[in-house]
Ligand binder design. Structure first.
Ligand code: XMP
Length: 199
């Protein structure tokens, strides 16, 4: 899909369920819209990888909900592996990235698709793709549910993007704040976002 056709989401006024209203300000992307867009991404990827076997490398932990929905829209032979990318800094500081978990699968000569929840400064995806490229895959592409281009620090773009979102700290559908809110069935804007410094 050309970048201009990727759905752009604006912060609106749809209130979340009362149970989370103290912490979540608004619903940014509701469950139906997520379902429809993930199915579209699945169709895009299915046609791109038709006739090829895929290794999906998902970044823990924020991708788990998106990943579970996405791979069920991929009627392709695929294998799944995980990477855990953590920051040496605090939760509000990007710090230095380190990979806590090595791949189990050999990706040499294979078609690799990296799946992440959100592309923000771009440091995570840059570090992961640089590392994976060194393993000589046959091809390496990236797919993110959300793209927050306003905060980009690395010049990197994902090959497949679910939604372009504004610069707001989002939770739900796998994304967390302090490990909470991952279970929300929608993507919402956090009421008191962490103060983030980069570098
Ligand atoms: P970078 O900056 O490396 O960030 O592109 C990617 C990782 O940062 C986390 N992140 C967020 N997590 N709400 C979250 O819950 C957000 O708005 C947000 N922005 C960045 C996330 O772990 C992502 O993989």
């Amino acid at each position: 899909m050309p970048p201009s056709a990727i759905p752009r989401v604006r912060v609106g006024r749809i209130l979340p369920p009362a149970a989370v209203r103290a912490e979540v300000e608004s619903v940014l992307i509701g469950p139906d819209r997520l379902r429809r867009r993930v199915a579209q991404l699945g169709a895009e990827l299915t046609s791109e990888y038709s006739g090829r076997e895929l290794v999906v490398v998902a970044l823990l932990n924020g991708t788990v909900v998106f990943l579970a929905d996405l791979i069920r829209c991929l009627p392709l032979p695929l294998r799944l592996d995980f990477l855990n990318v953590a920051s040496y800094g605090s939760s509000t500081h990007s710090g230095t990235l380190r990979m806590d978990r090595e791949l189990r699968l050999d990706v040499h000569g294979r078609h690799v698709l990296v799946v992440d929840d959100i592309l923000d400064t771009g440091r995570t995806l840059r570090a992961v793709t640089t590392r994976l490229q060194q393993l000589n895959p046959a091809s390496l592409k990236t797919c993110v549910l959300l793209d927050k281009p306003e905060r980009r620090m690395e010049s990197i773009q994902a090959d497949h993007v679910g939604f372009v979102i504004p610069d707001a700290f989002v939770v739900g559908y796998g994304l967390d704040f302090d490990e909470r809110h991952r279970n929300l069935p929608f993507v919402g804007v956090l009421k008191n976002p962490p103060i983030r410094t980069e570098g």
